[in-house]
Design a protein around this ligand. Structure first.
Ligand code: AMP
Length: 284
């Protein structure tokens, strides 16, 4: 496994890999790796000739400077895990390498950056779109892997790839959870044992609503189940809970509108912002 931190060297390394028509899978991350990230790596290693992972805590996507300062870093453990899971190349650029001068390019993302995460984290998806496009451009992968955990991020990248006809396939990998149901996240490292238990109630709340929707309870009654459950746990501060169409993340007013829905949540436990979502397939 080679660890590279400058753009010219990683470009050359990938060009050499691609020259014999091999496929390259890309797994972009911000490090502090857990089994969620590693499930993306596993899928890429299984499917492609080579796997490239990136570790870069992208300052542009942090709308809250404190969140950036507190973001966990564990580079030595990360590299050990990536090697054990069969990654071939790791790109670990510094902020100076990625943004030698302050970037001014922005990508207009329309409705997808105005709803849910976009509404509550102004500028976040501008930062995500720019860094992902930049990584795509530097690394030229055949396939790129992202987690369902960040469903809205996936939809934005998918739209961007489609809109500008990038020749890159995308794969969305299901959310990996702790035994408690808590969606794995680098930010979970900052939870105390007690707040980790509380945070697992988010999944229980989402599951209650998902079950109710599958039983064709009304949307209002179904959302009420999650809201009631969360209100029994005052340490959870809810930011939003929305039922949307899986395809385009537009709000759903009636269950007859679509068979494929997503129930999306964001909130805080102990001042740590957590997101989660469940995909609800009404045909199942
Ligand atoms: P991050 O390091 O948080 O930027 O995440 C890097 C990639 O891993 C993103 O595509 C995330 O959606 C994905 N990811 C994060 N947590 C999970 C999880 N629990 N299960 C599956 N994928 C995840």
């Amino acid at each position: 496994m080679r660890v590279i931190s400058d753009i010219i060297s990683i470009r050359t390394a990938i060009k050499n890999l691609l020259s014999d028509n091999k496929s390259v899978g890309l797994v972009p991350t911000m490090g502090a790796l857990h089994e969620g990230h590693l499930s993306l790596v596993k899928e890429s290693v299984k499917t492609n000739d080579y796997t490239v992972a990136t570790i870069f805590v992208n300052p542009l996507q942090f709308n809250n400077p404190e969140d950036l300062d507190n973001y966990p870093v564990s580079i030595d453990d990360d590299l050990r895990l990536l090697e054990a899971y069969g990654c071939n190349l790791i790109f670990v650029p510094s902020k100076e390498v990625m943004y030698k001068v302050n970037p001014v390019t922005s990508i207009s993302l329309g409705y997808l950056e105005e709803t849910m995460e976009g509404k509550h984290r102004p500028g976040h998806f501008q930062g995500v779109a720019l860094v992902v496009l930049k990584l795509f451009n530097i690394l030229n992968p055949t396939v790129a892997y992202f987690g369902q955990k960040d469903l809205q991020q996936y939809r934005i990248i998918e739209k961007m790839v489609q809109d500008i006809s990038l020749d890159i396939q995308l794969r969305m990998i299901p959310t990996v959870r702790e035994d408690s149901g808590l969606a794995m996240s680098s930010r979970n490292r900052r939870l105390t044992d007690r707040s980790r238990k509380t945070a697992a109630e988010i999944y229980r709340a989402l599951a209650l609503t998902s079950d109710a929707i599958k039983h064709r309870d009304s949307i209002e009654v179904s959302l009420g189940k999650a809201l009631d459950h969360i209100s029994n746990h005052p340490d959870i501060q809810i930011e939003y809970l929305e039922l949307v169409k899986l395809e385009d993340l537009m709000p759903v007013k009636s269950l007859s509108e679509s068979d494929q829905l997503a129930l999306c949540f964001a909130g805080y436990v102990d001042n740590i912002r957590l997101i989660d979502n469940l995909i609800i397939d009404l045909k199942e």
